[in-house]
Design a protein around this ligand. Sequence first.
Ligand SMILES: C[S@@+](CC[C@H](N)C(=O)[O-])C[C@H]1O[C@@H](n2cnc3c(N)ncnc32)[C@H](O)[C@@H]1O
Length: 275
Amino acid sequence: MLGRLGFETAALDAKLLTGHALGLDALALATREQEPVADADAERVAGLLQRRMSGESVARIIGEREFFGLAFALNAATLEPRPDTELLIELAIKALPVGGRLLDLGTGTGCIPIAVLANRSDAIGLASDISAEALEMAQINAARHGVADRLRFAPGSWFEACSRNGRGEDKFDLIVSNPPYITSAVLETLAPEVKDFDPRLALDGGPDGLAPYRIIAANARDYLSPGGQVLVEIGYDQGSSIRALFAEHGFADIVVHKDLNGLDRVISGQHLKGS
Ligand SMILES: C[S@@+](CC[C@H](N)C(=O)[O-])C[C@H]1O[C@@H](n2cnc3c(N)ncnc32)[C@H](O)[C@@H]1O
């Protein structure tokens, strides 16, 4: 049925959802394939398949998605972490100095700081999001992956979370973000899986997709230690505009990093000592 509706991963989706509904892993599902299924179980499977046919992703139905080798629980307020963002994690793990302090703006499931801190046991961090519901999920994920004692959470719009006690009181060695960067017009053209199920707040970057970057570029240096860096994920066609924004606000050594598909994916910039 899923296949006939054009779902490219129909067979895999059906297996994952059936396994989830019946509480069986892939091996158990394969070995018990010929066993009869109780009516109530069959109804549960049919219910999940129906949701998939309406466009909801397998990860949302199951309630979690794997990212950088870790499983992240999702709720309605969190974006599903995407493989695209794994490049940002690799760069952040390398960029953080020993004992470094990380700030993540717009944390969603918390996938960025949790994946970084899980791989850097010397580092600590602060994660913020404007959505309190997303932050709740991020805190659950931090506990699940054993980094809750090194990661603080604070609600607020962009830098508000770290400026409540006075501008620049908190300084960080690395500021990271995967902000919403889709233009409001393009949003309407996206696949139902994204448009109808990922939260708008996590996608909409305003009329030109750059609104969050303007705020981040204009304020990040106030919260960076001298020599600190900023690393932000970007859309494939935003490299030159966002490079210009960071240059305008005094960042040095600005580099556009390409992903495995050769597309612009992350921008880094440095707050030089003494500047
Ligand atoms: C593209 S999602 C990224 C989520 C997560 N960091 C990831 O990579 O999967 C952007 C996030 O920014 C948050 N956000 C949107 N507007 C915000 C604002 N004004 N201040 C702080 N966070 C905001 C959204 O709630 C969402 O969690």
